[in-house]
Design a binder for this molecule. Structure first.
Ligand code: ZN
Length: 133
């Protein structure tokens, strides 16, 4: 019936203290919600709040197709890293304007994150779109 994976679980900021260390880093590993592929190791990313629009999660070949009507969410909680080599595994979509979206390197689900070509030192991974373990 409802097969597009949308869940309205109330993942509010309530579990954030268990994810963010005192110095603002990720306490737990960041994993793909779908296949469990490791995206970031503990302590490699910094928590940051920034309003970013990410299209709804789907397979790679339909991410960012600009047909004018893009479903998605404005997300504010992100893990930020300043170097692509910090990632254990990550993939990217093709550019959408100046934006690249981050996707899972293994199963290609995404977008799980956001990167702008104008800021090569900021890679955002949406906290709500990844698992933590
Ligand atoms: Zn995956």
């Amino acid at each position: 019936m409802d097969n597009n994976g949308q869940s309205s679980l109330s993942k509010e900021s309530t579990d954030r203290p268990s994810l963010v260390s005192e110095d603002g880093k990720n306490i737990k590993s960041v994993l793909c919600q779908r296949c469990g592929s490791k995206v970031l190791c503990p302590g490699m990313a910094v928590f940051a709040e920034k309003e970013l629009f990410l299209p709804s999660m789907r397979k790679k070949n339909t991410v960012g197709t600009s047909d004018g009507s893009v479903d998605g969410d404005t997300l504010t909680a992100h893990w930020v890293v300043d170097d692509i080599y910090t990632f254990e595994n990550v993939g990217f979509t093709n550019n959408v304007g100046r934006i690249k979206y981050l996707i899972c390197a293994d199963c290609e689900i995404g977008p799980i994150g956001w990167h702008c070509l104008d800021d090569k030192k900021s890679f955002y991974v949406a906290v709500e779109r990844v698992d933590h373990a």
